[in-house]
Design a protein around this ligand. Structure first.
Ligand code: GLV
Ligand code: MN
Ligand code: MN
Length: 427
C-alpha cells in the first residue's frame, strides 16, 4: 500500500474551515451578516467561481455541468479513467451555518491538493463535486442537481417554480446555463466508481462520545409535502368569530396535530412544518389562505409512510370540520439509503488506522449521498459539530477534527486504491 505522508497535511483542516467561513459572507451569500445561498442565485454563482479557483489551485480542472454542479477533476494515471468522487452541496438553508455542505467539498479539495503536491496519481481519477440544490431552499423540491447527476431528476424538473413564480428553466437561463441541456448532467455509471461524502454530523452523538469523526451506516427516509389551506379573507373587525373561515387557525391546529403524530414511536420518527406563508399577511385581515411545508422522516419507510398518511388524514379532518378547503401535494419521496457495506468497511478501517474508534451512526439528515447510491457505491464520514447544532448560524467545527477527517479521507483513498488493485489482479 502507498504511504500516506501525514505531516504534509498539517493545516488542511484549518484551511478547509477558513474557506467555508469565507463562503459564508457576501458575495457568496445573498444577505449581509448571514449565510443564505440558494440554487441558481448570484450567491451560488459566486461560490462556484471561488471554489473552482481553489479546485484549479489544488491541481484539478473545473467545470460546471448543465444542472449547475461544479465538478473538479484530478486525472488518474490514464486520461478518462473512471472517478472516485468526493463531494457535498454548496447551497444552504436560509440563515445557515457555514459547514453544512461546503465542508465536504473543501475536504475533497484538500485531499487532492495533498496528492497533487506529492505527485501521487491512481488508476482512477479523483473528482470533487459541489452539488447545487441539496437543501431545496429555493424551489419546492430538494437534491435536484444530484438527482440530475444520477439520472433520477423528475421529468417536470424544469417547470418547478420558486415562490416568486420563477421556474427552474428560467433560473438556469439567468444563471448562464442552457435549460434544454439540464438532463444531460446525467453521469454515465461507467465513469464513476464510488462516492464519498464528508459532512458534519448535525447531531450530538460524536460530541457526547468525545469522537472527532464517525462512520455513517445509512440515511433515514424522507417525505416532503406542500399543503395549501383555503378559507375566506375577511375584515378582522367585523367578521364575528363563529362566522369566519380562518385558514391560519386551521393551519395552527394542523401543525399541532403534526407535532403529535411526529412524536409517536419509533423515536427516529420526526415531522416538521418549517415554512408557512400567510395570505394576505395583514394585521386587520382574517387570513384567507395559508401554505405550509411538511417534512416527515424515519429510519423505516413503513413508519414514515404510516405517519404521513395519518397526518394527511388529520389535515383533511381538521379542515373539513372548519369549512376550509385543503390540498396536500407530495413534493419529494426519498427512501432510506444504506451506505455500501464494502466501501463503508474501507472507511471504517481508515478511521481505525487514524487512531479513532469507528462509531457507526445513522443520519437523520438527508444527503446527496442517498441520491448517488443509485449510481454507484457510497459511503459517508461524519464530523463532530459543536452541540450538534446545524441549520443555524451557530454551527461550529473544530479545525483539529477537520484535520483528522482529512487524514481519514486520505487513508481511505490509499486503502481504496489498494483494494481496487487487488480486485483488478484477481479479475
Ligand atoms: C438537509 O439538510 C436535510 O436533511 O433536509
Ligand atoms: Mn442541510
Ligand atoms: Mn447538508
Amino acid at each position: 500500500m502507498l504511504n500516506v505522508q501525514v505531516q504534509a497535511y498539517s493545516g488542511a483542516g484549518a484551511r478547509a474551515v477558513e474557506r467555508c467561513d469565507l463562503l459564508g459572507l457576501p458575495p457568496h451569500s445573498s444577505v449581509a451578516d448571514a449565510l443564505t445561498r440558494t440554487y441558481l442565485t448570484p450567491a451560488h454563482k459566486s461560490a462556484i467561481v471561488q471554489t473552482s479557483h481553489w479546485m484549479r489551485e489544488a491541481g484539478m480542472s473545473a467545470r460546471t455541468d448543465p444542472a449547475g454542479n461544479l465538478i473538479g477533476r484530478y486525472e488518474g494515471l490514464h486520461e478518462n479513467a473512471p472517478a472516485l468522487i468526493f463531494g457535498s452541496h454548496i447551497d444552504s438553508v436560509r440563515n445557515a451555518g457555514h459547514y453544512d455542505g461546503p465542508l465536504g467539498i473543501m475536504l475533497g479539495i484538500e485531499c487532492v491538493a495533498m496528492l497533487a503536491q506529492a505527485g501521487q496519481r491512481f488508476p482512477f481519477a479523483i473528482e470533487v463535486i459541489a452539488f447545487g440544490d441539496e437543501e431545496g431552499s429555493r424551489f419546492p423540491t430538494a437534491m435536484l442537481t444530484s438527482r440530475a447527476f444520477a439520472g433520477t431528476a423528475p421529468v417536470d424538473a424544469l417547470a418547478i417554480c420558486d415562490t416568486d413564480g420563477v421556474s427552474v428553466h428560467q433560473a438556469l437561463g439567468e444563471f448562464g446555463l442552457d435549460p434544454v441541456a439540464f438532463f444531460e448532467a446525467r453521469r454515465d455509471p461507467n465513469s464513476v466508481i464510488a462516492f464519498v461524502e464528508a459532512h458534519i454530523e448535525q447531531g450530538p452523538v460524536l460530541e457526547a462520545e468525545d469522537l472527532p469523526v464517525g462512520m455513517v451506516t445509512g440515511i433515514a427516509s424522507q417525505l416532503r409535502y406542500r399543503a395549501t389551506l383555503k378559507g375566506m379573507a375577511a375584515h378582522a373587525g367585523t367578521a364575528s368569530m363563529n362566522l369566519r373561515s380562518d385558514a391560519l387557525t386551521a393551519a395552527a391546529q394542523c401543525v399541532l396535530a403534526i407535532e403529535t403524530v411526529g412524536g409517536r414511536l419509533p423515536p427516529d420518527l420526526v415531522a416538521t412544518v418549517g415554512r408557512m406563508v400567510v395570505i394576505p399577511n395583514a394585521p386587520n385581515v382574517v387570513p384567507g389562505e395559508v401554505r405550509f411545508t411538511l417534512d416527515v422522516r424515519a429510519g423505516s419507510q413503513e413508519a414514515r409512510n404510516r405517519a404521513a398518511d395519518d397526518i394527511c388524514a388529520e389535515i383533511e379532518r381538521i379542515c373539513s370540520e372548519r369549512g376550509i378547503e385543503s390540498l396536500v401535494e407530495q413534493m419529494l419521496d426519498l427512501p432510506p439509503s444504506p451506505c455500501d457495506p464494502q466501501l463503508s468497511a474501507t472507511m471504517l478501517a481508515a478511521i481505525h488506522a487514524c487512531g479513532v474508534h469507528p462509531r457507526p451512526l445513522v443520519s437523520g439528515a438527508g444527503h446527496d449521498a442517498m441520491i448517488l447510491s443509485s449510481l454507484c457505491p457510497t459511503t459517508m464520514l461524519f464530523l463532530r459539530c459543536k452541540g450538534g447544532i446545524s441549520h443555524n448560524p451557530a454551527e461550529s467545527v473544530d479545525p483539529a477534527d477537520v484535520q483528522i477527517a482529512a487524514e481519514v479521507l486520505l487513508e481511505f483513498i490509499h486503502r481504496f486504491a489498494a483494494e481496487q488493485q487487488e480486485t483488478n489482479l484477481g479479475a
